[in-house]
Design a protein around this ligand. Structure first.
Ligand code: LLP
Length: 430
């Protein structure tokens, strides 16, 4: 994906200087081949390899039409957690029957929007939603397919903010008491709800296959307890997302294909142990599909050497297009994209243009000495960067381009200054 031509970094054969000249900076760049190859691996190592499986793209990672197009072509469906994500997906042409609604606090408006648009796959998170969904489905005269999200009591994830599987969580039906069994009974009795099975998500950015193995074992145990206690046998088991990626070159990322083999071997062994039928198994990767396909291009502005302390290199974006270092202490590899052949002798803190000291891209990067006008490239920014971007300090959200075989195309335009005021209601003061 990355090559060098005369000290300038090329992504899929496109020079970063050309991208800068065409679209400006900061700029999100997505490699189409990388995205396609990851979608292809989900097919070959999971969907095509095992019958009775399904995969959802956790669209919160990057919910734009150009990504949906690739996801649809690869035969995956998507999960959404708000009517905003539903709207964007429908607008992009994602068929309603390939949209699955998740979320821990679905509103009447969310559910109504879904039902009115023919979206009928839901993962129910809590008791309130059972009645709410049942009532609204009856009102709309539709049957809905539901999974119950239960707490697996398996904790994973690279940072506290992205761990979800433990007992103390806002997500899902508790399993340390009988809440999940009551939920099964209530759903079976509820009008218009067709209970399909159970769902969980232990956390995000998981690098150990063992966590997925333990999740499968635990969930099959719950399937068996539910069968014994309620007579309901789950047809579907969704084990969530969370597949970890390499952010730094030195990271040792999860091997997706190997993990899926272990997951399926475990599943088969566990259901056989209990004499259960093999459920349809689902996964919902977000980050793993898009993170490494993405990179962010910035132009260097101020280079400030604070004597005896450190050198700050400021770029023209920052926490508005990458909040992850501030939120999760996330680390990134930063490349001096216009000095690829030069020696890395500058240890610098790479910071953004926002008015706060937490506006950091990288606490410590070793790069060649750069000056205003140089370009920096931050790798592995395809997941949760565009989708968590903000307009803090009224910075403009960057454009997104797709690159492939030496060509580039705009898929999301950069915000304009006018975009910043479209929601303002002015002239009302008396
Ligand atoms: N399924 C459920 C129910 C989820 O809650 C999530 C992520 C996923 C799937 C996808 O997880 P993934 O495969 O992308 O790890 N903003 C954070 C990540 C929050 C993830 C929330 N849920 C970040 O930038 O790291």
């Amino acid at each position: 994906m990355y090559t060098t031509n005369q000290s300038v970094c090329m992504i899929e054969g496109v020079s970063v200087r050309e991208l800068q000249a065409t679209y400006g900076t900061p700029l999100y760049i997505m490699s189409e081949p990388e995205l396609e190859s990851r979608l292809g691996l989900v097919r070959s190592a999971f969907l095509d390899k095992y019958p009775n499986t399904y995969a959802l793209y956790a669209s919160k990672a990057m919910s734009i039409a150009a990504v949906y197009e690739k996801v649809m072509a690869a035969g995956l469906s998507i999960d959404v957690v708000s009517r905003g994500e539903m709207f964007v997906a429908l607008h992009a042409g994602v068929p309603a029957d390939r949209i699955h609604v998740h979320g821990s606090n679905k509103t009447v408006q969310d559910i109504t929007f879904a039902l009115e648009h023919g979206i009928t796959h839901f993962t129910i998170d809590n008791m309130r939603e059972i009645g709410l969904l049942s009532g609204l489905a009856a009102q709309h005269d539709v049957d809905v397919d539901v999974l119950l999200r239960i707490v697996p009591q398996v904790v994973g994830g690279a940072h506290e903010a992205i761990q979800t599987g433990g007992v103390d969580t806002k997500f899902g039906f508790p399993t340390h008491d009988d809440t999940y069994l009551e939920a099964v009974r209530a759903t079976l009795e509820a009008d218009r709800l067709r209970l399909q099975g159970i769902h969980c998500h232990v956390g995000s950015q998981i690098q150990e296959p063992t966590l997925f193995i333990n999740t499968v074992k635990t969930m099959v145990n719950f399937i068996e307890t539910i069968r014994q206690q309620t007579g309901f046998t789950a047809d579907v088991l969704n084990i969530g997302g969370g597949f970890g990626v390499a952010y730094l070159e030195s990271d040792d990322p999860l091997d997706f294909a190997d993990t899926m083999t272990q997951v399926m071997d475990t599943l088969i062994a566990e259901v056989n142990r209990f004499g259960l039928p093999l459920p349809k198994i689902g996964i919902e990767p977000g980050r793993w599909l898009v993170a490494n396909a993405g990179a962010t291009l910035y132009e260097v502005g101020t280079v400030k050497e604070v004597s005896g302390v450190r050198t700050y290199v400021s770029v023209d974006g920052g926490m508005t297009d990458n909040i992850r270092p501030a939120l999760y202490d996330a680390e990134y590899d930063v490349i001096a994209a216009t000095r690829m052949n030069e020696e890395k002798t500058l240890e610098a803190k790479i910071v953004g243009a926002c008015c706060e000291s937490g506006d950091i891209i990288s606490n410590r990067s070793l790069i060649p000495p750069v000056e205003a006008g140089d370009l920096l490239l931050v790798k592995a920014t395809g997941a949760y960067n565009f989708s968590m971007a903000s307009n803090y300090n009224q910075m403009l959200r960057p454009a997104v381009v797709f690159v492939k075989n030496g060509t580039h195309r705009l898929v999301v335009r950069r915000q304009t200054l006018e975009d910043l005021v479209v929601c303002e209601v002015v002239g009302q003061s008396s």
